[in-house]
Design a protein. Structure first.
Length: 432
C-alpha cells in the first residue's frame, strides 16, 4: 500500500483447508476443516452429515454427472507466477502512479494506492466420481484520490482487476488507472443537484452495468427462484423485455474477475444466456437447483472459500450490444432526462425487484445533449419494470475491468458490463 507518498505497509497470508458438503434431498449440510488431517476431515464429514439429515427426509433430487470436455479450459493462463515474484519490484510502479496523478492536477491532496494479488489452488471431488482442479490467479490495482479546491472536497477512485499473474502490473496499466483517477474532476466540482421526478435515463456503457447485476442479475439466480423469493419465479419462457435484448452470465471471458475454468462444484465454466431475444430462457444454476429443475447446471455454484457452501452466484454479467446506434444517438432520442455513467451504492429487494442506486457521476440531458453535471441524486425503480422499459440499446458493450465484488452472505469476485441503454420512466430523486 502507498500512502502519504511512500509504500510503507504490506501483508502476506496462506489459507488452507477443506470443505465437505452432504446432500439429503434438498437439504444441505456443510462443514470444513482447516487442515487435511484425516481425523479433521472425518469430523467435518460427520458434522455435515448430521446437519443434512436433521429433521427427516425431503424431496429427492437427481444430481447428474457433468459433461466434461476432453480439453481442459484455461481462461486465465499465468505467464508469471505471483508466488515467485519479489514484492519489492512493484514499489516503483506505485510511486510512479502517485507521481502521474499529482502531476496531472494541482488540486490533488492525498493519494492512496493498493496492489493486491493472490493465487488459489482448488481441488474438487464428488461422489459421482468427478475430480477437477483449478489454479486461479487474481490481481487488483486500486487508487483513491482526494481533491481540494477552495472549501470543496471531492474523492475519485479507479481500479483494474484481472485473473492474471505478475504480468498484470505494467506501465500501460499504471497509465490507465492514473488517467481514470484524474478525469472528470472539473465536472465533479461543478456538479449540482437537479430537480427530481420521473424521466428518461441513459446509462453509459461499462460500470453502470452494476445496476443490471444488482437489480436484475440476482433475481435470475436459481435459489431465489426455487424458493419463490424472486420476482422472476415461474417466468421461464416469458417475454420480459423488448426483442433484440440478450442478457448473459459468462465464465469464459479471458482474464476477467468473474471467469472460472470450473465453478466450485467442478462444473466447467460456460456462457449462459439468461434472456434471449427478450425472453427469459435460463436461471443461474448450481448442481442443487439444476437437480430441482431437471436441467443441466450452468456452472454458477460459487463460494468465497472452503469455509463456505457453494450457492448460485453470478460471474461476468452483461447485456450484449444492441443495434440502436451510438451513445450520442440515445441521448438525442431521450431529449431530456439524466445521463449516468457511474453508480455507487445501491439497495435491491429481490422479491419485489425494487431498487435504489446512488449516482456517482452523470449529466443532465436537455434538448438532446448533455449539459450540467449532476450529483446527489438517486435512481429509483423496479428491476423487471426497468427491463421492460428499455427502449434503445447501443452497440457499444463494455465489460468493466474494475474491482467488483458481490456479496450474498459471502463474497465472490465478479465482473459486470452493459452497452449504453435508454430507459424510460425511472424516478430520479433530486431537488424539490
Amino acid at each position: 500500500m502507498l500512502r502519504d507518498g511512500e509504500v510503507s505497509s504490506g501483508g502476506y497470508t496462506v489459507d488452507y483447508g477443506c470443505g465437505i458438503r452432504v446432500l439429503d434431498g434438498e437439504k444441505t449440510g456443510y462443514a470444513y476443516a482447516e487442515s487435511t488431517d484425516m481425523q479433521a476431515l472425518l469430523e467435518a464429514a460427520k458434522a455435515a452429515s448430521a446437519i443434512a439429515m436433521r429433521g427427516g427426509s425431503t424431496k429427492a433430487l437427481a444430481i447428474q454427472p457433468t459433461s466434461m470436455s476432453a480439453q481442459r479450459p484455461d481462461y486465465y493462463p499465468i505467464r508469471r507466477d505471483w508466488r515467485i515474484a519479489d514484492p519489492a519490484e512493484f514499489v516503483p510502479g506505485l510511486m510512479r502512479l502517485e507521481s502521474k496523478i499529482k502531476a496531472a492536477d494541482s488540486r490533488v491532496s492525498k493519494v492512496i494506492a493498493l496492489l493486491g494479488y493472490s493465487v488459489s489452488e482448488i481441488l474438487m471431488y464428488n461422489s459421482l466420481g468427478e475430480l477437477t482442479s483449478d489454479i486461479r490467479p487474481m490481481a487488483s490495482l486500486s487508487v483513491s484520490v482526494v481533491y481540494i479546491s477552495g472549501g470543496s472536497v471531492q474523492t475519485k477512485s479507479a481500479s483494474r482487476s484481472f485473473r492474471m499473474g505478475a504480468e498484470f502490473f505494467t506501465d500501460e496499466l499504471i497509465d490507465a488507472v492514473a488517467t481514470e483517477a484524474t478525469s472528470g474532476i472539473d465536472a465533479m466540482f461543478e456538479a449540482r443537484r437537479p430537480a427530481g421526478g420521473q424521466m428518461s435515463v441513459v446509462m453509459g456503457a461499462g460500470a453502470s452495468g452494476i445496476l443490471l447485476h444488482e437489480a436484475m442479475g440476482h433475481a435470475f439466480e436459481a435459489d431465489f427462484n426455487r424458493k419463490g423469493q424472486s420476482i422472476f419465479a415461474g417466468k421461464i419462457g416469458q417475454q420480459v423485455c423488448r426483442k433484440g435484448i440478450n442478457i448473459v452470465d459468462d465464465a469464459t471471458l479471458p482474464y476477467f474477475r468473474g471467469s472460472c475454468n470450473y465453478d466450485d462444484e467442478g462444473v466447467p465454466g460456460q456462457k449462459t444466456y439468461m434472456v434471449t431475444d427478450g425472453v427469459l430462457t435460463s436461471y443461474l444454476h448450481d448442481r442443487i437447483s439444476a437437480g430441482y429443475y431437471g436441467v443441466a447446471p450452468t456452472g454458477n455454484g460459487r463460494r468465497e472459500s472452503f469455509r463456505y457452501n457453494p450457492i448460485p452466484r453470478m460471474r461476468s454479467t452483461y447485456m450484449e450490444s444492441g443495434s440502436d446506434g451510438t451513445l450520442e444517438d440515445l441521448i438525442k432520442m431521450a431529449g431530456s432526462g439524466i445521463y449516468v455513467d457511474e453508480f455507487a451504492n445501491g439497495e435491491v429487494k429481490i422479491g419485489e425487484g425494487d431498487f435504489t442506486f446512488y449516482v456517482k457521476s452523470g449529466f443532465l440531458i436537455e434538448n438532446g445533449r448533455l449539459t450540467m453535471p449532476v450529483k446527489d441524486i438517486n435512481i429509483i425503480g423496479n428491476g423487471p419494470q426497468a427491463l421492460a422499459d428499455i427502449v434503445a440499446v447501443a452497440g457499444d458493450l463494455k465489460v468493466d475491468p474494475g474491482r467488483w465484488t458481490c456479496g450474498k452472505g459471502q463474497s465472490a469476485p465478479v465482473s459486470c458490463g452493459i452497452p449504453s441503454v435508454l430507459i424510460k420512466n425511472l424516478t430520479v430523486g433530486g431537488a424539490q
